[in-house]
Design a protein around this ligand. Structure first.
Ligand SMILES: Nc1ncnc2c1ncn2[C@@H]1O[C@H](COP(=O)(O)OP(=O)(O)OP(=O)(O)O)[C@@H](O)[C@H]1O
Ligand SMILES: [Mg+2]
Length: 447
């Protein structure tokens, strides 16, 4: 039977179709599908009861005029699978599809634009230079004449001296640390540039030494903040840590993440910041479609699955229109006002919260998804959840390490269940304490 968390609508049952556009994804998609099935929702919206079906988007020829059957797609492919990207763009334009993330924004914004835009908004992005590439592709027929006419010879040492050491050289667009190097002096700068080939590079002043590295992962208006250790092996970079920021820092990181995501139309993105002398410097926040694997996120994985369920169910149920254009002017209008940094960030976040319908979203979750926490808690204790973790481990680790790492990641998920159980208990506790108080008073009155 369908679980109905509100008063049932008296009319039609309408099924919203959620599509998962996947690549190598295994674990989050399986958990998402399993939990959605367990929720078995029938949400009353006006006269209708809204139900949900999830399926995986396939890659095949398509007629541009042929309507798509999905209401919402969670997309993991736009940044590299062009057939899927173009199918999604067609479906947004022609069929009103809602997609996480905006494919045009994802296609056109690299690190470079995000640095420039957030500098314009006044965020403390470290000083950054762009340098032309060391080499050009021989396929660019006009390159020799263009360069001989217009490329200025430059002294890399001077750029280095102006920016100051230590610095990072990194591609203006990529990810996964490809081509990233820390540079401590001019000789290292020259060597790194000589090895950079055809890549267009940034030089960015290092935040050094920093005392905290955090990743703020936004899904719609929800932001999850995790401590991160870039020097740890890949599977241990996200840390299980608590109370590493205070309430004001937490609010600031949340506002920063929401600002960035609303500005670029990203509803699933990770923002990296480093803290030095009490200031959080954002250093990499063009990570739309971030890592969503239990083998990286472990303890944090259930939070992310839950946040993704909440936001996608909300968007699909309410049929909130997708914002197709970015409309930066309201942010720039705030930037023009001479506000102190924290107030300015609050004003940007207010725009973000309005665009992401934060209040309406929270009310929706309270009314229709209040049982989600318990369902997720229960699910991650099942043999099926362990199997899902193992499937992902098998895909990434050599056979002799599968059992060990399955136990490791599943163990951290169980630790999440422990802390989550405690969190839910403290959430219930005030109500229980209130009830005890009432009982005591009654007893006193009866005697
Ligand atoms: N300005 C900086 N100051 C200090 N450390 C930095 C800076 N820029 C980059 N780094 C270090 O280099 C790493 C990789 O840089 P960056 O995140 O920009 O590249 P990436 O290829 O996008 O990585 P990822 O895919 O992990 O996000 C960072 O995680 C950080 O440890
Ligand atoms: Mg990064």
């Amino acid at each position: 039977m369908a679980k109905n968390s509100g008063i049932s609508g008296s009319g039609n049952t309408i099924t919203r179709q959620i599509g998962l556009s996947l690549g190598a994804d295994i674990c989050w998609a399986a958990a998402y599908e399993d939990i959605l099935a367990r929720l078995d929702l029938a949400i009353p919206m006006g006269k209708d009861d809204i139900r949900f079906e999830v399926s995986r988007v396939t890659i095949e020829p398509f007629d541009l005029r042929q309507p798509v059957r999905y209401d919402l797609v969670i997309d993991r492919l736009t940044h590299w699978m062009h057939t899927s990207r173009e199918w999604i763009k067609k479906a947004v334009v022609m069929d009103g599809l809602y997609v996480l993330n905006n494919p045009w924004s994802l296609q056109s914004m690299e690190k470079h634009t995000t640095y420039a835009a957030m500098m314009k908004l006044g965020l403390p992005v470290p000083d950054t230079w762009m340098i032309p590439p060391k080499q050009y592709s021989p396929d660019l027929a006009d390159a020799p004449v263009t360069l001989s006419r217009y490329a200025r010879l430059f002294d890399l040492g001077k750029v280095g001296a102006e920016l100051g050491y230590p610095m990072f050289m990194k591609p203006y667009d990529g990810g996964a640390w490809v081509g990233v190097s820390r540079i401590d002096d001019e000789a290292a700068l020259r060597a790194a540039y000589d090895n950079s080939g055809q890549r267009v590079m940034h030089l960015q002043k290092a935040v050094s030494p920093f005392d905290l590295f955090v990743r703020a992962i936004g899904i719609g208006p929800q932001v999850h903040i995790a401590k991160y250790n870039p020097d740890a092996p890949l599977h241990a970079r996200y840390e299980v840590a608590f109370n590493f920021v205070d309430a004001e820092e937490y609010a600031l990181l949340t506002d920063m993440c929401l600002t960035i995501n609303a500005f670029f139309g990203w509803e699933f993105n990770s923002c990296e910041s480093l803290r030095k002398d009490g200031v959080f410097y954002p250093i990499d926040f063009a990570n739309a479609c971030p890592d969503f694997q239990v083998t990286s996120l472990h303890y944090h994985f259930p939070f992310m699955v839950k946040n993704m369920l909440r936001w996608s169910i909300y968007c699909a149920a309410t049929k909130r229109p997708m914002r197709q254009n970015l409309d930066w002017q309201p942010f720039f209008d705030v930037a023009k006002r001479d506000l102190p940094y924290r107030e300015r960030l609050r004003a940007y976040a207010a725009i973000a919260n309005e665009r992401m319908e934060t209040q309406r979203f929270e009310a929706f979750c309270q009314e229709h998804l209040s049982h989600l926490d318990e369902v997720v808690l229960d699910y991650f204790g099942t043999p099926r959840a362990k199997d899902v973790v193992q499937q992902k481990v098998k895909a990434l680790f050599p056979p002799h390490e599968v059992d060990r790492f399955t136990d490791h990641f599943y163990g951290l998920v169980q630790f999440w269940r422990k802390t989550e159980t405690e969190r839910l208990a403290t959430r219930r506790a005030p109500a229980q304490a209130g009830r005890q108080e009432t009982t005591k008073i009654k007893l006193v009155r009866n005697t």
